[in-house]
Structures are given as structure tokens and as C-alpha cells.
Design a protein around this ligand. Structure first.
Ligand code: UD1
Length: 384
């Protein structure tokens, strides 16, 4: 038995919400492939729990069932974060891990990160250093705080280094490894479901498919876009107008679906050529995005996925924490103003939109780089 295996507990890999799964799946696989790393245990906080938000994605990404599920469920930010911390602490006590790995920027990320560092367990943050510079976003607070307390910070793009540097984080803690989200995308693209199949299942008749040669996909779930009735109503009106140019598919996040009902906007949305669906599985979303003419979104991850797929993306936000998708990729920030959204949509329909190129290290090997680096890092810690 090597020194590491003798001296170190497992690596606790934490997921909580949908965007975490595609980052953790390749990492768990890469960790498992190395005999010089301790075993990895998958801890699910249960932040996302329903079949559409969770189960289907686990299947699609071939993620193993979690070793531990904290089953925390929904709640206010304070309640959710506190509950995760309370339930994660005994897991850390039981397993005495060699490190805790958290990804992204959701409440589960900061909650488990805090528990780990207070117990002197090395904390690894994957997708570190992204900044929207908008503290009104709950994710921005989670990012800044997790990066401050993490021992190792793995980044997806080089601008992250400058952001971390400005916040006083030492260079030796930061490592540019590339993008795990793109590892998953490249691994699963050959298995993606064809758009015609998804549209057919959603009720589009075969003789109607000709009208769906070109289509857009829309995703909306940011509290800043969907929690206020006036903002959501204006976006609904914009989408209805946009759907006169090309039909739209709208897989509805539970938050958005609930607010459309609560604010009495479902009927208004139904006046457009807009196909409302349940949240899609990973392979369905991938297939639908790959064949789309355009994607309109307020998601973080979809800005990256569209860049990797070479599909034009209009981001319905005032800022992005992923500037490389604007500079090198296919992304354009359009905000939520109707006139600018429709203008940019028309430009994409007329010209085909930004072509973009694939950013450095978005090559399918980020997980391998992380596993290799972490193995050496843990070994050095044991040696000291
Ligand atoms: C969370 C993340 C966000 C990420 C998003 C992806 C934080 C702060 N936010 O936001 O960064 O982009 O996930 O989806 O962590 N719900 C269900 N079923 C579920 C989970 C949630 O119906 O499986 C409903 C509940 O009513 C819940 C609401 O969705 O109140 C919001 O869920 P929550 O986990 O609080 O945040 P998200 O908006 O999903």
C-alpha cells in the first residue's frame, strides 16, 4: 500500500444542484482511474431532488448513486445553507476525508466548503475565480467566499487568475486546468438525442416538423429574471414576439413554472409559438442545443456549452462571469431589454451569428489534469 492510501481518508466529492452533476461526473471517473488517489465518495446534499432536476441527469451522465444523500431539499438560502452544513458535518467526522471537492457556485458549494475548512480538511474548489462582479447574484457571493477559503483552486479560463489575484489569493493555490463541463459534453455528444425525436415526443406532429427546421431554445431561471412579475411579464412578451421569427422550445425550471402560474402569465406565453416542456435530461438538452439555430438563456453553463457546440447564444443578463464565451465563443450579452434581444436575434437569423472558437483546454481532458495534479498535491501534503 502506498503512503497516500495508508495515511489518507477518502476524497469527498460534493454535488447539490443540476449544474454540479456534469462537472462531477468526469471527475469521479478520473479519480477512480488512479491508484495513487484515495477512493472518492459521492455526497449529494439533496438541494435538487426531483426526477426532472436530478434522477434523469444522474442516469444520462452515468453518475454512480450517491454514497450519502443529505436530503436537504428546498428552503430559503439561510435555511438551505445551514441545513446542508448541519448534515454534512457528521459525514466529515465519520469519514475523516483527505480532501473535500466542491464545484461551481451553488449553496451546497459554500455550505460544504465551510464545514471542511473549519475542520482543517483541505478544500478543493473546481471552477474557481469566475466573477460577474454582481453581488446581487447569490452565486457570486458563493463563488467569492468559496474561493477565499479553498486550499486548491482549479480554473476554467485564464481571466479567473486575475480575479483571484485581486482578491489576495496566492498564485500557488491556483491551477488552470480547463472546463469539466466540456469534458461531459464531448464524452456524451455521440449519445445525444436527436431534436426530431424530442420534438416528436413533445407532441409536434410529423408533418409539422418542417416548421421546426430552424428553432430556438430558451432557458430562464435566474431570480433576477423570473421572481418579479413585471420583469417576467416583459420577458414573456419578448419571447412571444421572438417566436414569430422562429419557433421556440422552453424547458421550464420549477421556479419559472411556478412563477408563470403565480403571476398569471401562462396564458400570455401560450399565445406564442413556444413549446413549454419539463426540464430536459442531459442527452436531450445536448441534442436539442446541438441542432438549434440559436439559444437564449440566463444560465451560466449553457453559455459554455453553446460555445463548445458552436451555436450562437444570447445571454439574457446584464453581465456574465464567463467572459471567454463572449471574447472567443459564440455568446453575446443582450440583457433583458426587448429591443436589444429582438435586434440581436434578427442579426443571428440574418448572418448565422458568431462562429467563435474553442477556448484553451476545453478539450475533454480537464478531469484528467485535475486528478493528476491532486494526486501529486496530496502526496506532497502527506510527505510534509
Ligand atoms: C440553483 C442554484 C443556481 C443554479 C440552479 C440550476 C443556488 C443559490 N442556486 O438555483 O445557481 O443555476 O440551481 O437549476 O444554489 N425545485 C424543485 N425541484 C428540485 C429543486 C428545486 O421543484 O429538484 C424548486 C423548489 O420550489 C425550489 C426552487 O425550485 O424552491 C428553486 O430551487 P433552489 O435549489 O433553491 O435554487 P435554483 O433556483 O434551482
Amino acid at each position: 500500500m502506498g503512503k497516500i492510501e495508508a495515511a489518507a481518508g477518502p476524497i469527498l466529492c460534493v454535488v447539490g444542484a443540476r449544474p454540479n452533476y456534469m462537472k462531477m461526473a468526469p471527475l469521479i471517473r478520473a479519480f477512480g482511474a488512479r491508484s495513487d488517489l484515495p477512493p472518492a465518495l459521492l455526497i449529494h446534499t439533496g438541494q435538487h431532488y426531483d426526477a426532472f432536476m436530478n434522477d434523469q441527469l444522474f442516469r444520462d451522465l452515468q453518475l454512480p448513486a450517491p454514497d450519502v444523500n443529505l436530503e436537504v431539499g428546498s428552503g430559503s438560502h439561510a435555511v438551505q445553507t445551514a441545513e446542508i452544513m448541519k448534515r454534512f458535518e457528521p459525514v466529515v467526522d465519520t469519514h475523516q476525508p483527505s480532501s473535500v471537492v466542491v464545484v461551481g457556485d451553488v449553496n451546497s458549494t459554500i455550505a460544504c466548503g465551510l464545514v471542511a475548512v473549519k475542520k482543517n480538511i483541505p478544500l478543493v474548489h473546481v471552477e474557481a475565480g469566475l466573477r460577474s462582479f454582481d453581488r446581487g447574484m447569490p452565486e457570486e457571493v458563493n463563488r467569492v467566499l468559496t474561493d477565499q477559503i479553498a486550499d486548491l483552486l482549479y480554473t476554467t479560463e485564464r481571466t479567473a487568475h486575475g480575479n483571484l489575484h485581486r482578491e489576495g489569493i496566492a498564485d500557488e493555490r491556483i491551477h488552470f486546468v480547463g472546463n469539466l463541463m466540456i469534458d461531459s459534453l464531448l464524452a456524451h455528444k455521440p449519445r445525444a438525442v436527436k431534436a426530431a425525436e424530442i420534438l416528436g415526443r413533445a407532441g409536434v406532429a410529423e408533418n409539422d416538423l418542417a416548421h421546426w427546421q430552424r428553432y430556438g431554445i430558451v432557458t430562464l431561471h435566474r431570480p433576477s429574471n423570473v421572481d418579479q412579475p413585471e420583469t417576467l411579464a416583459a420577458l414573456v412578451d419578448t419571447l412571444v414576439q421572438a417566436s414569430r421569427r422562429l419557433p421556440l422550445v422552453l424547458p421550464l425550471h420549477p421556479r419559472t413554472r411556478a412563477n408563470l402560474e403565480r403571476f398569471g402569465l401562462a396564458g400570455r406565453l401560450a399565445t406564442g409559438r413556444i413549446l413549454c416542456l419539463q426540464p430536459l435530461g442531459y442527452l436531450e438538452m445536448l441534442g436539442l442545443m446541438a441542432e438549434a439555430t440559436i439559444v437564449l438563456t440566463d444560465s451560466g453553463g449553457i453559455q459554455e456549452e453553446t460555445t463548445a457546440l458552436g451555436v450562437p447564444c444570447l445571454t439574457l443578463r446584464e453581465n456574465t462571469e464567463r467572459p471567454i464565451t463572449l471574447e472567443q465563443g459564440t455568446n453575446t450579452l443582450v440583457g433583458t431589454n426587448r429591443i436589444s434581444i429582438l435586434r440581436e436575434l434578427d442579426a443571428v437569423l440574418a448572418t448565422g451569428g458568431k462562429r467563435g472558437r474553442i477556448p484553451e483546454y476545453w478539450d475533454g481532458s480537464a478531469a484528467i489534469r485535475i486528478a493528476e495534479h491532486l494526486a501529486a498535491w496530496l502526496e506532497r501534503r502527506v510527505a510534509h
